[in-house]
Ligand binder design. Structure first.
Ligand code: FNR
Length: 383
């Protein structure tokens, strides 16, 4: 930070990407196409949950002083690996709508800072190419469960072969939410040929078509729409995932402690508390509101990831204090990508990590494990 201020005074600022989330969103808005805006901004219905997701203000950080915070360690253990920070990237589909570099730009930015990335099933670059771009940076593959078992199995096989470290099963999107921004345009992002690269490149998917997707994209997209999701799934079906991968399984989209318990009973290796960025059930509880009860039920049996609404380091700090083990960033990096590809993602992450490091130090913590329930207070408990 000192370096940034010094450079600023000398008018050599390296801050070519807006620092504040609000300014970044505005610049990304201008950089994106109409379709990109409709896809990324906002959420389901009235966007009540999307808006409330961003409100972390009921809980307040209680900073402690004079605790010798010169040396700070931001690393955490997650599913047998050491992550450099308690921070990962959420899966965001169809990033070709945001920038030409798409998921490869995101991967390059994430790899520069060693921030683990979760790749969406709906990525516009193949999972193999993204894995290569990430190199040694930890990587997770988000699994949308095709109703076609052979394709579902093929995705799990490919993710394991391509070197992903975990499978993230998204359970909150068996059907798409009521997203008015998209509906108004009659626009379905996944109809972009590029938006379904993982499917179009999948040997099993291809074998089910008469002509390759490149020759007849319309028929291929039709087939994709037929096999994309499966709303008949129940907790018992998770066995299929365990039967078809040796990788740890994260269940993303849990908002109720009873579902956290069911997830653990059905073999979850980690629980993801998330509202899908307010894109699924308008009017639902927010991820932050759900977190304390889920954390109480899980009680350290498995790690908890948290996303939905994180915009600044204090949001992440509060989620860690209330039981999350790692926090995922979504729209902030999407906007970074839209503004300047890999450089935008890198800058957003660099700033977020720097802000987190400062917040942690100023709150009196030398490492992430020190951040706990007594690091925050609820507004009803203020002294
Ligand atoms: C998403 N999200 C998502 N989740 C998932 O499991 N698979 C996916 O393909 C996508 N795609 C996607 C696209 C876009 C444009 C957005 C904004 C979100 C949900 C995502 O992983 C995460 O839960 C939210 O982004 C968190 O909300 P915020 O913090 O971004 O507002």
């Amino acid at each position: 930070v000192n370096k940034i201020y010094r450079e600023g005074m000398l008018e050599e600022t390296t801050q070519d990407i807006p620092v504040s989330f609000e300014d970044l969103r505005e610049e990304a808005h201008d950089a994106m196409s109409e379709e990109g805006r409709a896809y990324v901004h906002g959420g389901a219905g009235s966007e009540e949950t999307f808006e409330r997701n961003k409100d972390f203000s009921e809980w307040r950080i209680v900073p402690r002083m004079l605790r010798g915070v010169e040396e700070r360690d931001l690393s955490v253990d997650f599913l047998g690996q050491t992550h450099s920070y308690p921070l990962m990237l959420t899966p965001l589909g169809v990033q070709s709508l945001l920038h030409d570099e798409a998921e490869l730009g995101t991967a390059a930015g994430a790899a520069d800072l060693d921030v683990p990335l979760t790749l969406s099933s709906l990525s516009s670059r193949t999972m193999e190419d993204v894995s290569e771009a990430l190199g040694d940076t930890p990587k997770l593959f988000q699994f949308y469960w095709s109703s076609n078992q052979a394709i579902a199995k093929s995705f799990l096989d490919r993710a394991e072969r391509a070197g992903y470290d975990a499978i993230v099963v998204t359970v909150d999107a068996p059907i798409l939410g009521w997203r008015e921004r998209l509906i108004e345009r009659g626009y379905y992002p996944f109809l972009e040929g590029e938006g379904v690269a993982n499917y179009f490149s999948d040997p099993e998917f291809r074998s089910q078509l008469d002509d390759p997707p490149e020759d007849d994209p319309e028929v291929a997209v039709e087939h994709f729409l037929d096999i994309f999701g499966d709303s008949s799934l129940t907790w018992e079906d998770l066995q299929f995932v365990h039967d078809n991968t040796d990788l740890p399984v994260v269940i993303k989209g849990v908002l109720d402690p009873r579902d956290a318990r069911l997830a653990i009973q059905h073999g979850a290796d980690a629980i993801g508390v998330s509202t899908h960025g307010g894109r699924q059930v308008d009017g639902s509880i927010t991820a932050f509101e759900a977190l304390p009860a889920v954390a109480e039920e899980v009680d350290g049996e498995v790690p908890i990831t948290f996303d939905s609404g994180v915009r600044r380091a204090s949001d992440a700090y509060k989620a860690l204090a209330l039981g999350a083990d790692s926090v995922l960033l979504g729209r902030p990096y999407a906007y970074g990508l839209a503004v300047d590809g890999a450089n935008g993602v890198r800058t957003v992450l660099k700033n977020f990590i720097a802000e987190f490091d400062l917040t942690m130090g100023l709150a009196g913590n030398r490492n992430v494990e020190d951040i706990g329930r007594d690091s925050v207070t609820h507004e009803t408990e203020l002294y």
